[in-house]
Write a protein that binds this ligand. Structure first.
Ligand code: GDP
Length: 445
């Protein structure tokens, strides 16, 4: 799985982490190679573009701690972005199989591995979760497919619905539901018919079965070897029947892995399982972190940077706390706060995290309180000399003009920043004196 992509990226980052100092040009050229590697792995273009841009933004904006090299930092950023693109927000849920019998509808093109996957999942639920499982094949066009499910069922010790000649898919689904309820089964798998291509007849049939069966999960099985085609198939199926997740098969092959990387971003649907072989045990829960680790193969560096970041953040917080308690709050402190805000996803991200604040994020945006503003403020502070940052009272007209020009902004903007700083410094001073700071921090925990 992902061998060639992993090899390509490995080469890029080996060079990058071995270099001591890194220029921006080094990062840009490494990212150009990352872009090529991803495209060659058949990751879709918009996903690649977004990926590279996010890495670049983070690489230029991130504070580098002394104990890691810039190259190592970039590896960590790429690693985190891989997880994000693979998993989207949060990990996919476990299969919804409460309220027995829970129906799981299996859909996909012919030859994608649908029948095999159905049996693999049935075996897994039986052995790992102790569930009583019934499987039914709805492939009325291909008697061989129905028989195949029966053979697999016998092999793994899972019941299949007896075959009755001449029934339609909907009739079989109805009989299967009744049988599952009467027989006290926990889970019912409906293995729908596949076609070579997506066509109306197939979709109509799947829709009719879905309406009757009211499945808890509709899993689309797609061949991971087909790259972007797999993603297109997923988009079509989702549009027509609505899917709750994807199973990528044949990830044991020398596929280029692009499907795994594009799926979530393009379809919005989580990859729930991957098939890694023909054997009945060759199925695994999709774990974005593990997959990202496999693709990069740089677990040591990722762990190292993580540790360094945690230590650095803890020390920084401690230092800040001490300064605030003494009533100190200069431009460096403000800069750190602004950067902290950007790191937490900016204004939007911060407010999005607070329950009921989704609307506030919009209002803040309208009021001009956006990430661009945060970045402009940091640029202004960067344009100050060390002395000026430590003592903003030094800032008279000519200095102000120089600083604003250095950041490519107006003096008015700098004045706004200075006002904001004074207000914050006042608050800090008051809190520092009365011991209110400790209380405020305790409240935040
Ligand atoms: P269906 O037409 O979608 O039901 O496809 P099948 O389940 O009959 O699978 C077609 C072929 O793909 C069979 O030979 C399976 O053994 C094989 N297959 C299914 N999943 C995997 C997988 O994850 N890896 C490999 N290597 N082969 C698989």
């Amino acid at each position: 799985m992902f061998e060639s992509l992993s090899e390509r990226l490995g080469g890029v980052f080996d060079r990058l982490t071995k270099a001591g100092a890194l220029s921006e040009a080094d990062v840009v050229s490494a990212l150009r190679e990352v872009r090529t590697a991803l495209l060659e792995a058949d990751v879709s273009l918009p996903v690649v573009r977004d990926f590279v841009k996010r890495v670049q933004d983070k690489a230029t904006g991130s504070a580098v701690t002394k104990s890691v090299t810039p190259g190592q930092m970039v590896v960590k950023i790429v690693h985190d972005e891989l997880i994000r693109v693979l998993a989207g927000e949060g990990e996919p849920d476990a299969l919804k199989i409460d309220n027995p019998p829970a129906t799981i509808l299996m859909v996909g093109l012919q030859g994608s591995g649908k029948t095999t996957t159905t049996a693999k999942l049935a075996k897994r639920l039986k052995e790992k979760n102790g569930k009583r499982v019934l499987m039914a094949s709805l492939d009325t066009n291909r008697p061989a497919a129905m028989e195949q499910l029966g053979i697999l069922g016998t092999q793994i010790g899972v019941d299949t619905l007896p075959i009755v000649k001449g029934e339609t898919a909907v009739q079989i689904a109805r009989r299967a539901k009744t049988q599952a309820a009467m027989g006290g089964y926990d889970v019912l798998f409906l293995d729908t018919a596949g076609r070579l291509h997506i066509d109306e007849v197939l979709m109509d049939e799947v829709q009719a079965v879905r309406d009757l069966a009211a499945p808890r999960e509709t899993l689309l099985v797609v061949d991971g070897l087909t790259g972007q085609d797999a993603v297109n198939v997923a988009r079509e199926f989702d549009g027509k029947v609505g899917i709750s997740g994807v199973v990528l098969t044949r990830m044991d092959g020398d596929g280029r892995g692009g499907a795994a990387l594009s799926m979530r971003a393009i379809t919005g649907k989580p990859i729930r399982f991957v098939g890694l072989g023909e054997k009945m045990d060759a199925i695994y829960s999709f774990d974005a972190e593990r997959v990202a680790g496999r693709i990069l193969g740089m677990g040591d560096i990722v762990a190292l940077v993580q540790k360094a970041q945690e230590t650095f953040e803890a020390e920084q917080a401690e230092r800040m706390m001490k300064r605030f308690q003494k009533g100190l709050f200069n431009m460096n402190d403000l800069k750190m706060q602004l950067e902290q805000m950007m790191k937490m996803g900016g204004m939007q991200g911060l407010m999005g995290m607070l329950p009921g604040m989704g609307n506030m994020a919009k209002k803040a945006e309208e009021a001009g309180l956006n990430d661009q503003m945060l970045r402009r403020q940091v640029a202004l502070i960067n344009s100050m000399t060390k002395k000026e940052r430590a003592n903003p009272d030094l800032l008279q007209a000519s200095r102000k003009r120089r600083i604003a020009a250095g950041a490519g902004l107006e003096v008015a903007e700098l004045n706004k920043l200075l006002k904001q700083h004074r207000q914050m410094a006042d608050v800090m001073k008051k809190m520092g004196k009365g011991g209110a700071m400790k209380q405020a921090i305790r409240q935040m925990m």
